[in-house]
Ligand binder design. Structure first.
Ligand code: ADP
Ligand code: MG
Ligand code: MG
Length: 877
């Protein structure tokens, strides 16, 4: 069995397509070597070994022999010897899963150094400072990653040393200081572990390989995988790679770059580097790096080579690349390439541009855009009209604006967010431990670090606004305050950040929704060309309807009429209707509601002209429109204490009686939906009259109106028969009266299991079905949506459910009922139009499911419409 794959020195065994086995990093290192790009040689231990090791707590037989053989090969290629005291071969031990998990897993650099070989390295390179700098770095990383000693312990000693010598930066420390640090670090290791630092190179190597495999199961890696839906069972590969040194002086350096701007997508080489530095210095934000454009003057030859390589890589992978490089005494080496993370805006621009450049086709472009990313683009930015009190400006690290209360720790961010507060996480710099807090925050602000710092990369990935490297502010965590200029901002105070400009603003700023960009329109048009699933919107007002039209909705899938019953002038009339004790009294109240409803429907029809509009007749239990008991009681007491007239007091008493009468133990399963229509037909009659009158009116004006009347909460076909008869009767009367013919339809929601199970019978009475997946989820699970928050988190924690079924459709349970409903429905009416409405209509995996089971359309909130269009396109490709 082959566990180890070599790369570099014309002996490369892997390639790009072997990501599952070699991890992304290993596969791409091999691919770069295959392309003739200078890569320090090394070898990759496969992910299979990791999986087996984590399961058996032991290595597969033959692994160590293969590792030893690979080391020998590496020694031959590089011309140095591992564990040698004269000319030591040093290596890095790097993790690398199938998909990149930036900063999540651990890396050890300069492995192979010890008290003897550091002397050899110093002598050989004639650069003792470099040798001891490498050694102290190795001790830190080995101590932290492999031995589990808090990074801070080393960091603290380093800071003290700098302080004592009056220098600010690591690279200002001289060789003597570094030697002293090396001794101190070894003592820290001995003190913390009770054992001496292992001098033997092979021991160091095996311990590090162990640690990398084990890091697959560290908390932050687990959290990252959960957030990104990466399977726990993949495992990571380990890359052992010969070192190249960016810390050899002024002609050396290290950097990271993107082949296009990862924030905007613009086609320009973009990145940062540090002179005389090693690997992690750039991302960790230890010094503020320089923009890549200045490398052209600093090291023109290396820069030119870098340019050629990045273009070659982009053309080869046909995607924007995120690269790592190191320059050792003027010679360039590539250390990593991968498809770069990007903001939603950049993803769209890059996809559209690459089609125009002929690099990819339209379908590939569509598949490059995560449907959920689009949502982020439609999200808020600061109202340009607003006057802003900008107190500091940092780097615009991840676009979008956020408003929230200041918190200084990730933990606190999570707690506050849990209690419903919106927070901005303000940190000196972030580390992978902060991931949970970053996820909970609206936005992130850091003092240190560049555009490729941890905070920036993670925020862009999450689509959260981030301002990084804002050196103008300083944080005093103990006092719970940060200062910006003359301003002090306390924990809990509101600030706003603008990740597109880098502005930090005091207080809450008004946010607005941005325009849809040209590129977004283009890719959405391509999505429309390939998708077969229709996308409608849920809208209750003409405004929402017109927003949704802008976003490409092809009609309304759900117009909830009850929302029209609220509003100041209406609620008294609605209450009058509910208070009515006789049909006559109810009708006289309904007469007052009629013109209001008609106006509503006319507005919506107008906004959706030419497209179908599905209007659901009244659905919620009537008590929702009455004041609650406490409110009424308060009112009563107030009136009584004021000695108000008897008649007024009686009125309130009546209301309270009615509240008592309408009170239900379980309103979700109570007197609602079509049950209202069965018992009080006059309510639905009024609504149908308003719908058809509005339709007639607009039809007379020359518009094409397509009303679809939808009856909610049907469980038995006879309910539908009865209600339908009333609808037809009223509609016919109105059309005769207005002398207009409206091509209206009558359909039903399928939101109760019984409806799905008897859909063949129900279909005979219905022109269309719409799966109300919110209620269908409630009734299938028997989970009350309003009470599920008490136990659902535990269900997800214990992996009983993977997702909240109210957000992501439960395909195997609720989805099964949907399939049954579709099959049965179409068995008796083959051309039955079927859609879904509810939260799931805009959730990509649910949309894709809808496509597979043969829905005609999904319906979702206006802002999710572009998401659904893209998801539907993904489903069709
Ligand atoms: P991550 O996945 O967190 O980026 P990496 O394994 O890529 O971790 O390594 C961390 C840093 O160390 C990167 O900047 C990388 O370029 C650098 N690095 C890794 N291996 C070597 C090496 N053999 N020589 C020089 N630098 C290296
Ligand atoms: Mg890396
Ligand atoms: Mg419902």
């Amino acid at each position: 069995n082959k566990f180890v794959y070599f790369f570099g020195g014309n002996k490369t065994e892997g390639k790009n397509s072997m990501k599952e086995l070699l991890g992304g990093k290993g596969a791409n290192l091999a691919e770069m070597a295959n392309l003739g790009i200078p890569v320090p040689p090394g070898f990759t231990i496969t992910t299979e070994v990791c999986v087996q090791y984590l399961k058996d707590k032991d290595y597969p037989k033959g692994l160590l022999e293969q590792v030893d053989a690979a080391i020998v090969k590496l020694e031959e290629v590089v011309g140095k010897k591992f564990g040698d005291n004269e000319n030591p071969l040093l290596v890095s031990v790097r993790s690398g899963a199938r998909v990149s998990m930036p900063g999540m897993m651990d890396t050890v650099l300069n492995l192979g150094l010890n008290d003897a070989s550091v002397l050899g390295l110093a002598k050989n390179t004639e650069n003792p400072r470099f040798a001891y700098d490498s050694y102290r770095r190795f001790l830190t990383m080995f101590g932290d990653v492999v031995l589990g000693i808090e990074h801070d312990k080393f960091e603290h000693a380093l800071s003290e040393k700098k302080h004592a010598l009056g220098v600010k930066l690591d690279n200002e420390l001289g060789v003597n200081a570094l030697k002293e640090l090396v001794e101190q670090f070894k003592l820290i290791i001995e003190h913390e572990t009770g054992k001496q630092f292992p001098q033997d190179a092979r021991t160091q190597l095996l311990m590090s390989i162990d640690a990398v495999f084990q890091s697959w199961n560290n908390q932050r890696a687990i959290t990252y995988r959960k957030l990104n839906n990466i399977p726990m069972e993949w495992g990571t590969a380990v890359n052992v790679q010969s070192m190249v040194y960016g810390n050899m002086g002024e002609t050396s350096g290290t950097g990271v770059a993107f082949t296009r701007d990862p924030a905007t997508g613009h086609k320009r080489f973009y990145g940062e580097y540090l002179i005389n530095a090693q690997g992690e210095d750039v991302v960790a934000g230890i010094r503020t790096p320089r923009p890549i454009s200045t490398l052209k003057e600093a090291m023109p030859i290396a820069f030119k080579q870098l340019e050629e390589i990045y273009i070659k890589l982009e053309n080869h992978f046909r995607d924007m690349q995120d690269i790592e490089f190191t320059i050792e005494q003027g010679t360039l080496y590539m250390l990593q390439t991968r498809n770069g993370k990007r903001t939603a805006a950049a993803a769209i621009k890059i996809a559209a541009d690459m089609v125009a450049e002929g690099l990819i086709d339209k379908k590939t472009a569509i598949l490059r855009i995560e449907p959920n990313q689009i949502d982020k683009l439609l999200h808020p930015m600061i109202d340009p009209q607003a006057t802003l009190q900008v107190v500091a400006t940092g780097l615009p690290a991840s676009p979008g604006a956020a408003v929230g209360k200041v918190v200084f720790t990730a933990e606190h961010a999570e707690q506050m967010a849990e209690s419903g507060a919106k927070v901005i996480l303000v940190r000196t710099e972030t580390s992978p431990e902060d991931i949970g807090g970053m996820n909970a925050a609206e936005g992130i602000l850091t003092v240190r670090g560049g555009m490729t710092s941890h905070a920036a990369v993670v925020a862009r990935g999450m689509g959260k606004p981030c301002v990084a490297g804002c050196g103008e502010i300083s944080i005093d965590i103990k006092k719970g305050v940060f200062s910006a200029g003359s301003c002090s901002i306390h924990e809990g105070d509101y600030i706003s950040i603008d990740g597109s400009t880098g502005h930090v603003i005091v207080g809450k700023v008004p946010l607005i929704t941005p325009e849809v960009s040209g590129e977004l329109k283009t890719v959405l048009k391509w999505a429309d060309e390939v998708r077969t699933l229709g996308v409608r919107t849920n809208a209750d007002t003409p405004y929402d309807a017109s927003v949704a039209r802008e976003f490409g909705a092809e009609g309304i899938g759900l117009c909830r009429t009850e929302h029209m019953f609220f509003g100041e002038e209406r609620i008294p009339v609605v209450r009058e209707m509910i208070m009515a004790e006789t049909e006559a009294a109810r009708r006289s109240a309904l007469v007052k509601l009629l013109p209001m409803q008609r106006e509503d429907f006319a507005g919506i029809f107008h906004a959706m002209e030419g497209y179908p509009v599905t209007i659901r007749l009244l659905d919620p239990p009537l008590h929702e429109f009455l004041p609650n008991h406490e409110e009424a009681l308060e009112k009563l007491m107030e009136l009584e204490s004021k000695d108000a007239p008897e008649s007024e007091i009686n009125k309130v008493k009546k209301v309270m009686e009615r509240i008592e009468f309408l009170k239900e133990i379980n309103p979700m399963l109570g007197f609602r939906g079509c049950r209202l229509g069965v018992v009080y037909p006059e309510i639905y009659e009024m609504q149908v009259q308003a719908i058809i009158e509005a339709a007639c009116e607009l039809t007379k004006e020359g518009m094409t109106i397509v009303p679809e009347i939808m009856i909610p909460l049907i469980s038995h076909v006879k309910e539908l028969q009865i209600v339908k008869q009333q609808v037809v009767k009223v509609a016919s009367a109105v059309m005769a009266d207005k002398d207009v013919k409206i091509n209206y339809k009558i359909g039903t929601m399928i939101e109760l299991p019984r409806a799905a199970l008897t859909a063949d019978k129900i279909a005979l009475e219905a022109d269309f079905f719409s799966f109300g997946t919110n209620d269908l989820t409630q009734t299938t699970f028997g989970f009350s949506r309003d009470d599920a928050a008490k136990f659902l988190p535990a269900y997800i924690e214990k992996s009983i459910l993977e997702h909240d079924p109210f957000a992501v459709l439960d395909q195997s349970g609720v989805g099964e009922l949907i399939k049954i409903g579709i099959d049965k429905g179409r068995s008796t009416k083959s051309d039955l139009k079927i859609g879904i409405c509810g939260e799931h209509g805009g959730e990509p995996s649910s949309v894709i499911f809808g496509h597979k089971v043969g829905l005609n359309y999904v319906s979702c909130s206006p802002f999710r419409v572009p998401v659904a269009r893209m998801a539907a396109a993904h489903a069709a490709i």
